[in-house]
Ligand binder design. Sequence first.
Ligand code: AMP
Length: 503
Amino acid sequence: MTTFADLGLSQKVLSAVTDAGYTTPTPIQLGAIPHALQRRDICGIAQTGTGKTASFVLPMLTLLEKGRARARMPRTLILEPTRELAAQVAENFEKYGKNHKLNVALLIGGVSFEEQNRKLERGADVLICTPGRLLDHCERGKLLMTGVEILVIDEADRMLDMGFIPDIERIAKMIPFTRQTLFFSATMPPEIQKLADRFLQNPERVEVSLPSSTATTVTQRLVAAHNKDYEKRATLRDLIKEQEDLKNAIIFCNRKKDVADLFRSLERHGFSVGALHGDMDQRSRTTMLQSFRDGEIQLLVASDVAARGLDLPDVGHVFNFDVPIHAEDYVHRIGRTGRAGRSGKAFTLVTRSDAKYLDAIEKLIDKTIEWLRGDLSELPAPMESHDSDRGRKGRGQAKDRSRDKDRGRGKRSESAPKPEQAAEIETAEEVAVEASQEQNGPERRNERRSQPTARASRPNPANDDSRDRRSRHRRDHDDGPTPIGFGDDIPAFMLIVANAGKA
Ligand code: AMP
């Protein structure tokens, strides 16, 4: 069995890896590290959660042991699509680089230029940036990129989604041709392949296949649930209360609106809960995630898109409030528990309309998931539910297209969402727009938004969705059915108080 010591890493790095408690390199680390140490370009196809970050951080640390930084001339540059990912990479440098005396500068929006300038003045061995902030520094004449020996482009497919490719091309032109480039992407659609061909020279291709199996240490159960949201929420609450060993849990919803609704409902019922969805700004998401990691909140309600790319901690329980429409998402969700041989539990609420998605999941993982008690046949026949109608009305056409675009790139199951089911599912683009606004810092962000957003010091996911805000007064008692008639789609003009104009 290959160990870290066989990969050619320096003693300082090996000692930090041992301290981190890692014994065996992951497949992406096995594939990438030896080639990176030989100064080869790498084209890595791997997702977050595969140990991808260490696969570039560990060889970089080893290579950086020779030479030292000069003021304003960084030696290496890592580009990340979001502040949050950039901050996670910086944390990795701290952890694995604890035996090195390297200057690491994190250039992301939301932090003052002055503070970042001071770091650059001292000379940075490693620069970790989001593209917008890096270009801002370059435009201010504060950075010289001619000393960069290693360029890392991480999460290239997300960069593409977020419209950062022109920025990356500009940045790459500033860096000497002789550099080493390490390029990572979770998927390799043709447009990303073209990029890789442009940025890389004779790269070593390392591919980590998408997981299609769930850990044997995870107990998976299905729970029959009614179609109506309020009944489903009651089923979930009962299920949570039944778990005697519940330490912490992630609850996944397919739609970001359901994330906000479920969060509010659980909070009202006295659960210790937080939420992650794409309408939250980066700062709120990071703070929320940290509270969950620190055990300040026990339950975290999340959508797949908001959870993707985040280094979520290992959890004891996963609850699927909705059956995921894409079977691979099931594997990713379940993968949040039962890591490293630990035991975990995963419960999926299934309604009558979920049958074909469940089939696709069982086909992908090649096993039949047991029902906790009873099955769908014990539920009364579904009534035409206005809850499920809600997503079909009006909204979502554009989102469907972008979702399809997003989904089309990866390897996906046969059960692609029908337009009405895809309506309101959170899209990567929606997250991207928010993140790119964040990314461009307060100055540019305010140019784009006609009204600056107020920021609460403690994130409140329920406050982030303006649609939710509009309807919140009607949904304060959301444990009962929503009003029949217009339901949640009451036109705005009908909400205007009749005598408002007379005052
Ligand atoms: P990443 O894909 O870089 O986000 O890493 C996912 C998680 O795996 C992080 O929490 C890392 O600390 C952890 N990790 C990375 N490499 C290893 C390894 N060789 N053994 C065990 N855990 C690891």
